[in-house]
Design a protein around this ligand. Sequence first.
Ligand code: S3P
Length: 170
Amino acid sequence: GRPPHVRPRVVLVGPMGAGKTTVGLLLGERWGVAVRDTDADVEATTGRAVSDIFVEDGEQHFRDLERNAVATALAEHDGVLSLGGGSVVDAGTREVLAGHQVVFLRVGLTDAVKRVGLGVGRPMLLGNVRARIKALLDERTPVYESVARHVVDTDGRTPEDVADEVDALL
Ligand code: S3P
C-alpha cells in the first residue's frame, strides 16, 4: 500500500490469537520497516515478564505500564506497531490511539482457541482457555471496532493472506 501520513504506518489491535505479532512481522518485512510490540516494550522497560507483572502486581498495574508503552511507541515509531490484546480496555490508551491508522484483526472463538493453544504465558487465560477467550471476545469486540479504521477478518486464513489484505487497504 501507499505509506499514509500518520505514524506508525499501522497499529494492529485485536484479541490474543488474532495474529498481531505474526502479521506485524510480515508487514514489516514487506514494507522494509521496523516492527514494535508493546508487550515486548513493557518487558524491556521493567525487566520483567508480562505474566509476572500480572501475577505479582495485578492487571491494573500492567495496564498503566502498557498505556505508557503505547503512548511512547506512537510518538517514536514509524513502522508497524502491535498492541497487547487487552490494551484497548484502557480509556487512556484508546484516547492516544485517536487519529492513528488502527487495524483490528478480527478472529472468532474457534480460530482464536486453536492459535492460542494452551495459553502459556497468557495470564488472562488462566483457568479454562476456551471460556476465557469467549468472555474476552464478547466483551472486547465492540471496543476494537470503536478504535479501528479497518477490520480485517483472520478466521481460516494464513498470516500471509491477512498481511496482503492489510497491505492492500492502506
Ligand atoms: C492480554 C494480551 C497479551 C498481553 C497480556 C494481556 C489481554 O497480549 O498483553 O497477556 O488482556 O488480552 P497478546 O494479545 O499480544 O497476547
